[in-house]
Ligand binder design. Structure first.
Ligand SMILES: [Zn+2]
Length: 270
């Protein structure tokens, strides 16, 4: 008896399944919505990329763990790969923009009413069943592009004998990543500014240059003993992108320096 029931149920299942499969195949062939969506899909060019990234930071001490500063940590990470993150944000924005338009077109296709009577003629499907199955098939092929990018930072500390373990996790979304990128760009711009290069010219550095050059003008050899005032000069002027670093600095007397002004010949003698 039980065997009979199992066999009957199995047969019914198989029949139902083949019935369903047949209907789905029919819909795939005849659904106007499904074809429109396939066509819509073929016109999309969503970007594919890793939607998350995880960093782990192991602290050496409890104070280091307690004082962990996520802003400083993120600034470092973004600074190391600024171009990569800017690119990721760009492709993300492209996906979001295109997805809004895709979603609207998808919905308008789904709301499109056409004459189902003709399609359901000569089939066991009625309009309700056709629409329901059609909706399922359309949802199945709906594109799901990446719309968010997240960075996870896990911070750990384990006490020397493994007695205590601590961990915390930060989640940084694309909005925050954009903020860090902008801050990083601002900092880089400032570092390239003449203002920053001038601020680097400290008394200590000045003294280092004078000592290295023997307290003499490197062009005419005059020193303070000859009654001249010594200047520390940028070989490539700051206004032309010169850096405040030993290799770009030299001692000049006032006369030589004023004569030089802010001129610089990249191929000649300066
Ligand atoms: Zn001189």
């Amino acid at each position: 008896m039980e065997v009979m029931i199992v066999i009957c149920v199995s047969v019914v299942c198989v029949l139902l399944y083949s019935f369903h499969k047949k209907n789905v195949e029919y819909i795939k062939k005849n659904s106007i919505c499904l074809n429109k969506i396939l066509n819509l899909n073929s016109r999309q060019n969503f970007n594919v990329f890793d939607t998350s990234q995880t960093f782990c930071k192991n602290c050496n001490s409890k104070p280091q763990y307690d004082n962990f500063n996520i802003n400083n940590y993120m600034n470092g990470i973004i600074d190391e790969n600024l171009d990569k993150y800017i690119k990721t944000l760009e492709v993300l924005k492209h996906n979001r923009k295109q997805h809004t338009s895709y979603q609207n077109q998808f919905n308008s296709i789904m709301n499109y009413n056409y004459n189902y009577n003709q399609l359901t003629q000569n089939t066991i499907l009625n309009e309700f069943l056709f629409k329901a199955l059609e909706k399922i098939e359309c949802e199945k092929i709906k594109l799901k592009p990446a719309l968010e990018f997240t960075i996870y930072v896990s911070v750990f500390y384990t006490s020397p004998k493994g007695k205590n373990r601590y961990n915390k996790r930060y989640q940084i979304n694309s909005g925050n990543i954009e903020y860090y990128c902008n801050e990083c760009l601002k900092a880089r711009r400032y570092k390239q500014s003449a203002k920053y290069q001038r601020a680097l010219m400290t008394d200590k550095l000045r003294y280092q240059v004078l000592c290295r050059d023997g307290h003499r003008c490197v062009l005419c050899g005059a020193s303070a003993r000859d009654g001249v005032k010594l200047h520390v000069d940028h070989i490539i002027p700051v206004s032309k992108g010169g850096k405040t670093e030993l290799s770009n600095l030299r001692t000049l007397c006032e006369r030589c320096n004023l004569g030089k002004g802010s001129s610089y010949n990249p191929n000649g003698y300066n």
